[in-house]
Design a protein. Structure first.
Length: 684
């Protein structure tokens, strides 16, 4: 007899397994419709690769894995895709999730498929890819993708391969019947696993001693192999992964660690059979063994169920009595959860449908105050402090929960079972775990946002530094040109020539500015007159409406208020304009030739253009030359002002303005030369 170890705590609830393990496994049949959730596992949901109206065959992939930690989904029979939408799924939150709905055609027609004749000739990576493409996930727990667990890293050494046949949860017998009836397939699947991970020391099948038929069947099938079947005393929850490792090897997985950290890989019995079917027959995971039991059903047994089969379909096959059932549970009474909707589908992790009566499984007793008896700590298989975790959970003290290793809780329910105050401890732990995960996700998102902000700020700073470097380079180049004696600065020369004329230009206000101010005053007066007319009209309409008792009185009153407000605002603008421009407040003082500017703007522009043309036609040649010199001088002055401002601000247009000033300087020199030539000719 091989030595086995004991685990801390544990309980011995009523097993209630005899109800469902007396009959052989039955095929449940093909329902009319099947529903396939895209997430039946831990990790990223699969992505649908079929469309509504598409015909599919049995075993055909209908949703592909999204990322490394994900699992594909396959059609469990042939038929037509009739919907891709949110449907209720089996989950403690009673949530809905994206699902593919398939209408069966009754033909159950397979895709072309075949197994691998000799998997020993295949590379291990290629074999793992076959398992990944078959959509296999752990079928005894949370549904961890099997391909990920079997992808052993090069530096990682596996000493022991453990196959979990414990099935310690009350009522559930799916693995028990599978071991009894398909022991050869289990051993063949284990041999495939041995080839994949190459355990250096041993391969063990762990089974509780309350399954003698399964133990005998596996011993017969494993005869002549390196596989050892190990039985040990029955105690709940010895089927937990870390607990089973401790029982069979004496090793303890560290807090927050994985079995691989101590050189061990664990697989479930159902998962092992699925891997065998995928490699030996080329079949993806499309069915599983599920126990249907409870005194509210006439027929308690284990079914081979097509994935996607509605729970209500299974219950109908089992003679379910709705009125007798206290509550419908997916899973066992310890770790299962209540189903609010019997139309949810069977998924890859659905090992049991429990339909107990009120006498069999009474409703939970109302919780009472904790009496600090410590019984929860005595039965905890993970050696935690459930009482402290309870208080921290109630107080939402998440850091203390993590310090007390909340994440090592396997949610077995032993503490709740032993609590004399009937406190639902596991529910508090589940809620706190969800809150902690959400906080960590929020922290990750915040850190990612911070990194994006810092990267953006760094990019902006770099761009600004590059601009500053370019400005300094341009400034340095300009200074070097100014120091070059062989190439005098044309800008300074132009400035010197214009200094004599600058004082007279500044001393008098251009006539165009006076004309603009007069035009602005005229526009303000015109706007004020229009608003005043609208105000009078609005007041008349309001008066008529009041006299007639119209329903629109309030609307007219609002219109009067808005128009009056605009009138006062425009009047104030005119008063302010006159105060700022007192010299032009009286339009009668304007010269006769300027009064035309107070009329229509288009007429003003036409009149101004005509006057300019007439003035130009009446000029002498000398006057035209003088005007040309004056116009170029004004343009040069404006360009110099813009250049000086750009140099002061170290802007990006210094080179362009420098060239413009230089060109205007040359143009002014030409105009001056033409004027001087004209005078010399006339004097001669």
């Amino acid at each position: 007899m091989r030595k086995v170890w004991d685990i801390h705590g544990g309980i011995h609830p009523l097993e209630n397994k005899d109800q469902s393990n007396q009959l052989p496994i039955e095929f449940a049949g093909i329902p009319e419709q099947l529903v396939f959730p895209l997430s039946q596992h831990i990790g990223a949901p699969a992505v649908a690769i079929v469309g509504v109206g598409q015909k599919v065959l049995k075993g055909e992939m209908i949703a592909e894995a999204k990322g490394l930690v994900s699992v594909a989904v396959h059609a469990s029979t042939s038929g037509e895709v009739i919907a891709i939408q949110d449907n209720p799924v089996p989950h403690p939150s009673t949530m809905s999730a994206p699902c593919i709905t398939l209408k069966s055609d009754g033909k159950d027609q397979w895709i072309e498929h075949q197994g691998i004749n000799n998997y020993l000739n295949l590379d291990r990576t290629e074999l793992v890819n076959h398992i990944r493409n078959a959509g296999i996930a752990g079928m005894g727990g949370a549904g961890f993708p099997s391909a990920v667990k079997l992808s052993v890293r090069g530096e990682q050494t596996v000493e022991t391969l453990i196959i979990n046949g414990t099935e310690c949860e009350p009522y559930i017998t799916s693995d028990d019947c599978l071991m009894r009836e398909r022991a050869d397939e289990i051993i063949a699947g284990i041999e495939i696993l041995r080839y994949l991970i190459n355990p250096m020391k041993e391969t063990l099948i762990g089974i509780e001693d309350n399954k003698p038929e399964a133990i005998a069947a596996l011993n017969r099938a494993a005869e002549g192999t390196a596989i050892n079947v190990v039985s040990f005393p029955t105690k709940y929850p010895s089927g937990g992964e870390k607990q089973l490792i401790q029982i069979l090897t004496g090793k303890e997985v560290p807090a927050g660690g994985l079995p691989g950290d101590v050189g061990i890989v664990c697989q479930n019995i159902g998962t092992t059979v699925a891997i065998y079917r995928a490699i030996a027959h080329g079949e993806p995971l499309i069915s599983r063994i599920t126990t249907v039991t409870g005194n509210a059903c006439d027929h308690n047994t284990n079914y081979e169920v097509l994935l996607g089969t509605p729970v209500s379909y299974l219950l109908d096959h089992s003679g379910f009595h709705q009125k007798k059932c206290s509550r419908l549970i997916m899973g066992g009474p310890m770790m299962g959860f209540t189903l609010e909707n019997s139309n949810v589908p069977i998924v890859k992790t659905s090992n049991c449908i429990l339909a107990p009566t009120v006498d069999e499984l009474p409703p939970p007793t109302p919780a009472q105050a904790c009496i600090r008896c410590g019984m929860c700590a005595e039965v905890c298989p993970a050696s935690l402090l459930p009482q402290q975790l309870y208080w921290f959970s109630r107080g939402k003290e998440y850091e203390k929960l993590e310090d007390h290793n909340l994440m090592d809780c396997i949610e077995c329910g032993a503490c709740s079972y032993a609590c004399p105050s009937n406190i639902p401890l596991v529910q508090y732990y589940r809620a706190s775990k969800a809150d902690i995960r959400e906080q960590k996700q929020d922290a990750i998102k915040a850190e990612q946002s911070k990194m994006r902000f810092e990267a953006r700020q760094e990019r902006l700073d770099r761009q600004e530094a590059e601009k500053e470097a370019k400005r300094k380079a341009r400034k340095l180049a300009a200074e070097e040109r100014a120091r070059d004696n062989n190439n005098p600065d044309p800008i300074q020369a132009a400035i010197d020539r214009a200094k004599a004329k600058k004082a007279s230009v500044k001393s008098e206000k251009p006539a165009a500015e006076n004309a603009t101010e007069s035009l602005d005053r005229a526009r303000l007066k015109e706007v004020l007159a229009n608003v005043e007319k609208r105000l009078v009209t609005a007041k008349e309409k309001l008066k008529q409406a009041e006299q007639q008792g119209s329903d629109n009185v309030e609307a007219f009153r609002t219109a009067v208020e808005k128009t009056n407000s605009k009138y006062l605002k425009t009047k104030q603008e005119l008063i302010t304009f006159n105060a700022v421009n007192p010299a032009l407040s009286d339009s009668s003082s304007m010269p006769a030739e300027k009064k035309i500017l107070t009329g229509d703007a288009a007429q003003d522009a036409i009149a101004k253009a005509l006057a300019k043309r007439d003035a130009a036609s009446s000029m002498t040649d000398e006057e035209r030359l003088q005007n040309a010199v004056s116009a170029v001088t004004k343009r040069l002055q404006k360009a110099q002002q813009k250049l000086a401002e750009e140099q002061r601000q170290e802007g990006e247009h210094i080179d362009l303005l420098t060239n413009a000033v230089a060109k205007l300087d040359l143009k002014l020199a030409d105009a001056d030369a033409a004027y001087q030539q004209f005078q010399n000719n006339n004097h001669d």
